[in-house]
Design a protein around this ligand. Structure first.
Ligand SMILES: C[S@@+](CC[C@H](N)C(=O)[O-])C[C@H]1O[C@@H](n2cnc3c(N)ncnc32)[C@H](O)[C@@H]1O
Length: 362
């Protein structure tokens, strides 16, 4: 495996911070940090199968001078006009650079986050690494599909979904309040372990499809033999849909209605039959579960949700997290459980982030 990337923007760009360290050492350092947080070494440390072009989503920010790229290291208000990024794909580089030329040619205005004026805020590119599908979304401060339409012709051979997402809020985010499909479909599909998953612009999906397959394999392996499995924070059903094929009853709980709609569609497309509830986990009553899967957002599990888990008394808890610090804290609060297995998966090479899966039993 190639050990060091040769990124022309490294050091200035805030996207990666570990590229100067050979990949094997990056993984070792993350393993040490996980050991420190949990007070024990992980049972397995799994590197990413790919260390370049591994990401299936990039959110490129557009600056007031029509820079299209990422934020500067340590200076979130300044931008790096990215010409080549080694995290997503060569096609992603082609699209971003062509998009910059397009908005400059058309004289569109970049969004200024200090003055809160201008139009173009983000360029989001999503890819199905195992399907070859690709979504391009331009996030603007007001609907702008007419001015963006001609760009479709420049990328149609490599893009299956082209969208204008609108975020009119002052809050700086690539999440769209509303969307308009300019060309192609409004979803793209990814495939993990043979299961098909449709997602939209705003849907959560594990950002490294290669390690997502490993995560899914572990979740399935650890749930085998269970009767009632509750997948809390189930998103578009990445775990719940395959789970329904191997356990008696699989349930997903997710607060975002659009994700639940997609999860139900994903169940139908794969011919599996889990049950999904649209709800905040912390608002649920006691659940009849022998296994619970937790994959909360970075902020961790809400204190009320921790109490719900304790009162439901599942035999087994499979807790996946992109914030081992929060996860270790939550696990300490869960009374009556033993940490049986701890797996570290390097989902985010060249950054200091890492994914961990903790298996707890009574
Ligand atoms: C890290 S993602 C995990 C999704 C899924 N397990 C997967 O692997 O694709 C967290 C999900 O939790 C949802 N979420 C956030 N807060 C929630 C809450 N309080 N109750 C239920 N779902 C929540 C988000 O919308 C998101 O889909």
């Amino acid at each position: 495996m190639q050990e060091v990337l040769k990124c022309p923007h490294y050091g200035i760009c805030g996207g990666c911070n570990l590229q100067h360290i050979p990949y094997g050492r990056q993984v070792e350092l993350k393993g040490m940090e996980v050991s420190r947080l949990f007070g024990r070494e992980p049972d397995e440390i799994i590197p990413s199968p790919r260390i370049s072009f591994y990401r299936n989503r990039m959110d490129y920010v557009v600056g007031p001078e029509l820079e299209v790229g990422l934020r500067r290291r340590g200076r979130w208000w300044a931008f790096v006009d990215i010409m080549e990024c080694l995290l997503q794909s060569p096609e992603s580089n082609t699209i971003r650079n062509a998009f910059r030329d397009y908005i400059r040619r058309r004289g569109l205005k970049g969004y200024d986050t200090k003055r809160h004026e201008g139009l173009v805020r983000y360029l989001v590119i999503r890819e199905g690494k195992f399907t070859g599908e690709r979504m391009v979304a331009v996030i603007t401060s007001r609907p702008a599909h007419e001015g963006l339409r001609e760009f479709a012709g420049e990328v149609e051979s490599i893009v299956s979904s082209y969208i204008n997402g609108v975020n009119p809020d002052m809050f700086d985010s690539s999440r769209a309040k509303s969307t308009m499909t300019i060309a192609g479909k409004d979803t793209i599909e990814e495939r993990l372990l043979g299961y098909r998953f449709r997602m939209k612009l705003n849907s959560f999906f594990q950002t490294n499809s290669y390690t997502a397959e490993i995560m899914l394999r572990i979740v399935l392996e650890e749930s085998r033999g269970s009767k009632n499995v509750y997948d809390l924070y189930s998103g578009i059903g990445t775990f719940t849909v395959p789970l329904a094929d191997i356990v008696e009853d699989a349930y997903g709980i997710e607060s975002d209605p659009e994700s639940v709609e997609l999860a139900r569609e994903n169940a139908r497309v794969n011919g599996s039959s889990p049950t999904f509830y649209t709800a905040r986990v912390e608002s649920m009553g006691r659940l009849d579960a022998d296994t619970m899967i937790l994959d909360p957002p970075r902020a961790g599990v809400h204190p009320r949700a921790l109490r719900l888990i304790e009162s439901s008394q599942p035999r087994r808890i499979i807790y996946a997290s992109c914030s081992p610090m929060k996860q270790a804290g939550d696990i300490k609060k869960l009374k009556g459980y033993r940490l049986e297995r701890l797996v570290m998966i390097d989902q985010f090479p060249h950054t200091s982030h890492v994914e961990t899966i903790a298996i707890l039993s009574k």
